[in-house]
Design a protein around this ligand. Structure first.
Ligand code: THU
Length: 168
């Protein structure tokens, strides 16, 4: 029988995540406006393939709000999610401005979803890079008609993440 090294046996790393859950009416005016901008941005989505429209709105440190939406392509992987469209646009227009908060909303052709959609893995990685770039966490507001999830930063959504530190 193979012997286990007692040093390594039964060790676990536990990762916990706390998400504040709110209703739209309980948000601050600033958060409500940003959520509204993300919802409105879904109207500018280009989603002829999935018919799933996602909008995002980034509040920058200088108070400017940049919004974006998912942009699809007949060559499917060439399309881009709302979160990355928005962050890349914000960073390319205002490379010196940290992103304070990012709101995200999604709807089908019928209506907005009751519960929020979380950002995909690639968008989480870009959120992480944006946080690292400016050295500040990005608050994330995930809009749902019934619930809004509020996260203090992307860290908890992307544990054991790969970042530029490993390249040094
Ligand atoms: N999508 C986003 O824009 N953000 C997400 O977080 C998840 C998915 C888009 C990509 C694609 O255009 C459509 O939603 C269906 O996956």
């Amino acid at each position: 029988m193979q012997k286990t090294n007692p040093e390594h046996a039964m060790k676990q790393i536990k990762l916990e995540i706390n998400i504040d859950v709110r209703h739209y009416d309980e948000l601050t005016e600033e958060d409500r406006k940003l959520t509204d901008a993300a919802r409105e941005a879904t109207n500018r989505s280009y989603a002829p393939y999935s018919h799933f429209s996602v909008g995002a709105a980034a509040l920058l440190e200088n108070g400017i709000v940049i919004s974006g939406s998912n942009q699809e392509n007949a060559a499917y992987p060439s399309g881009l999610c709302a979160e990355r469209t928005t962050l890349f646009y914000a960073n390319s227009q205002y490379p010196d401005q940290a992103v304070k908060t990012l709101a995200i909303a999604a709807r089908t052709e019928e209506d907005f979803l009751d519960t929020p959609i979380p950002p995909c893995g690639a968008c989480r990685q870009v959120l992480l890079e944006t946080e690292k770039r400016f050295g500040k966490p990005i608050r994330i507001l995930l809009y749902g008609k019934k619930n809004i999830y509020i996260l203090k930063g992307i860290g908890k959504l992307l544990p054991l993440s790969f970042g530029g530190d490993y390249l040094k």
